[in-house]
Design a binder for this molecule. Structure first.
Ligand code: PLP
Length: 424
């Protein structure tokens, strides 16, 4: 038995499914988790001392590569001053200023501890500001695990959302309307019916939780216009795309200004951080200024802020990083497309910049239904092969591949060689 296998055996006795977040269990590829001991650059190492090229990067945060020395130093330095005070600190002011400077749609920002919290709070803010209750979310987009967002589409677009998890009361999802990604008509139907009651549309500007699904031309702009017409707010969930597609995220990349934005993942540099922000007049409804309550004992934690601030500062000061990262992404995903095409397979490669997915389907993937046509068994076989060969991909078809600044051309080429061995 390997050390990972032993640890998993112990873990399942005391942790549900042996993991603290479900996808880590490797269940959807019929495998079990590698327990990770350490990481460096583009590599992670498991408890059996196997080395892997890591294409998860903690699901996005490690955009500079693992264990980046300046981030590490900032964190160790901050630790010496105390781990938490539950009080206002200078680093929070610096962090907020930097986020407002980097993302033009944001004039005020509040720090929280996860992407889930950021989204939950942004939605409460949108409802408080507009004094409306309904929200629209797109099937296949993930916005964390808060009650109101764990919905599956009802039968027919006109019906209210149905809870997609046990333990979520029907009442919690009755104001969540489901629409189809890349389909403006499905959004307009809701607005035609009850536009005056809709507080906000929330969207991943590049969907990355049904595999990577880019917005089609006109989709995000269309959402902007509909919101403007009805006085609803547009919320971009940039938990993945924020500070990844560029320093100003998907909103900069596509040139669309949302009213509220949520962040997570990269903003914490590997520490548990989320944030939500937007125009001043909207954010002023948040307590203690306004009537929307939201709080957090560890929010703005000095260690977490040190990590995030350092990572964002490095990204800001090295704009050529993004050029290189996105160029690498462009090249890498094109090469993958060539490999599957040379293999005579009709599979789809979707990507934007440094995130992408290989879908095991012949259908063009533009929404949840088309993503779901993927052959997940074939994906599992591929994924397990890659893992055995030292390539650590997200263990599920409907997740993204994440490149980091530490993924050199040489490392990417090694990976492509393994893919060739599998497919050709
Ligand atoms: C990961 C993710 C979340 C949830 O963030 P957590 O930090 O896991 O709570 C929300 N929205 C999107 C788009 C995400 O990818």
């Amino acid at each position: 038995m390997t050390n990972s296998e032993y640890l998993f055996k112990e873990a399942v006795k005391v942790i549900p499914g042996g993991v603290n977040s479900p996808v880590r269990a490797f269940g959807s590829i019929g495998s079990t988790p590698r327990f990770i001991k350490r990481a460096e650059g583009a590599f992670i190492y498991d408890e059996d001392d196997n080395q892997y090229i890591d294409y998860i990067g903690s699901w996005g945060p490690m955009i500079l590569g693992h264990n980046q020395k300046d981030v590490l130093e900032a964190v160790t330095e901050a630790c010496k001053h105390g781990l938490s005070y539950g009080a206002a600190t200078e680093v929070e002011v610096e962090m907020a200023k930097l986020v407002c400077e980097l993302v033009p749609s944001i004039e005020m920002v509040r720090m929280v501890n996860s992407g889930t919290e950021a989204v939950m709070s942004a939605i409460r803010t949108a409802r408080g500001y507009t004094r409306r209750d309904k929200i629209i979310k797109f099937t296949g987009c993930y916005h964390g695990h808060s009650d109101g967002l764990l919905v599956k589409a009802g039968s027919g677009v006109m019906t209210a959302g149905v809870p997609d998890s046990l333990g979520v009361p029907k009442g919690c999802t009755q104001d969540t309307l489901s629409a189809i990604y890349n389909n403006l008509d499905s959004v307009k139907e809701h607005f035609n019916r009850c536009g005056e009651e809709i507080a906000a549309i929330i969207v991943e500007p590049v969907a990355a939780n049904m595999g990577v699904v880019p917005p089609e031309p006109g989709f995000l702009g269309g959402l902007r216009s509909i919101c403007d017409e009805y006085g609803a707010l547009l919320i971009f969930d940039e938990v993945i795309t924020g500070f990844r597609l560029g320093i100003d995220g998907a909103q900069g990349y596509y040139g669309i200004k949302p009213d509220l934005t949520t962040f997570g993942k990269i903003i914490g540099g590997g520490m548990p951080v989320g944030a939500y922000g937007g125009r001043k007049e909207i954010m002023e409804v948040v307590a203690p200024l306004g009537g929307v309550y939201q709080a957090g004992t560890l929010s703005g934690n000095p260690i977490a802020m040190a990590a995030g601030l350092t990572q964002l500062t490095i990204l800001k000061e090295n704009p050529e990083f993004y050029k290189k990262l996105n160029d690498n992404g462009e090249w890498f995903f094109e090469e993958i497309r060539k490999i599957v095409s040379d293999a005579g397979l009709p599979y789809q490669v979707n990507h934007v910049g440094s995130i992408g997915s290989l879908f095991f389907t012949k259908e063009k993937v533009k929404d949840y239904d088309s993503a779901k046509t993927s052959d997940t068994k074939a994906f599992a076989d591929y994924c397990n092969y890659m893992l055995k060969e030292g390539i650590y991909l997200a263990p599920a078809q409907f997740e993204a591949i994440f490149l980091s600044m530490a993924h050199s051309r040489e490392i990417l080429e090694q990976t492509l060689e393994v893919m060739k061995k599998y497919f050709l």
